[in-house]
Write a protein that binds this ligand. Structure first.
Ligand code: PAF
Length: 251
């Protein structure tokens, strides 16, 4: 696996592979089985696979959340090597934001709902970094998990709105045996919190109303940010201590 951090060098290297299909998996590291399934799918569907690891500060509205974001770079890299991934892109903030974030990509409607309501500027940070990464890598296909469905829909919307030449591929949420959606943030849960966390997907999938679910979660020690249904999908976000978990299910 070849590793690059400089955007211009990464771009130049990939432009050598004209006529080869490039699959791209953008990540913030701290891999779990959900990332693995995205990478496996990218490997199946493309001749060259590029993975990026960059914990993007512009999508965090809270410094503590950014500082506490889990990291396991060495393990991630040995894992990518084992999977025979072709390229790893690990830029720094200065590499990716030479403009120091004065240029932004903003969606002004759906990004202000659900997670956008409580995480000010989150999706502007996400869309901006994804636009930058896609412009550097120029993949034919880019892979995103359905666990972050609001992110997935907004990225798809951006690609359509800006006539970008990439196919956004959605990959199903990978879950623990008890139904908890895999997330890098699960590593931050204490043992007792981890046990209670299973109630979240269980209730999202129940016949109860959004309001009843929120109430039951709150009664059981999970602090509900939102439980809302849009277009046949029930979305939810809860806090367990300081750890924020999100999930969504098709009804
Ligand atoms: O889903 C993530 O890990 C991040 O939001 C992404 C897409 C890599 C952008 O920083």
């Amino acid at each position: 696996m070849k590793t690059f951090s400089d955007p211009a060098e990464m771009k130049r290297e990939l432009q050598r592979h004209t006529n080869m299909s490039i699959g791209f998996v953008p990540t913030m590291g701290a891999f779990h089985q959900g990332h693995i399934s995205l990478i496996e799918r990218a490997k199946e569907e493309n001749q060259i696979v590029v993975v990026s690891i960059f914990v993007n500060p512009t999508q965090f509205d809270n410094k503590d959340d950014l500082n506490n974001y889990p990291s396991s770079l060495e393990d991630d890299i040995s894992f990518l090597n084992k999977m025979n991934v072709d390229y790893l892109f690990t830029p720094s903030y200065a590499d990716l934001y030479p403009d120091n974030y004065v240029y932004k990509v903003e969606e002004t409607s759906f990004s202000k709902e659900l997670c956008g309501r409580s995480r000010d500027g989150h999706f502007t940070g996400v869309l901006t970094v994804v636009m930058k990464l896609l412009n550097i890598i120029q993949p034919g296909k880019a892979y995103f998990g359905e666990k972050d469905r609001q992110q997935l829909l907004l990225v798809q919307g951006m690609v359509d709105a800006f006539f970008m030449d990439v196919k956004v591929i959605a990959s199903p949420t990978v879950r623990e045996k008890d139904g908890l959606a895999l997330s890098s943030r699960n590593r931050l849960l204490k043992e007792d919190e981890r046990q209670i966390a299973a109630l979240f997907p269980k209730l999202l999938n129940s016949e109860k109303s959004d309001a009843e679910i929120a109430e039951e979660l709150n009664r059981n020690g999970l602090k509900t940010d939102y439980i809302e249904t849009h277009g046949g999908i029930r979305y939810g976000a809860v806090f367990l201590g300081n750890v924020r978990l999100i999930d969504n299910v098709k009804l």
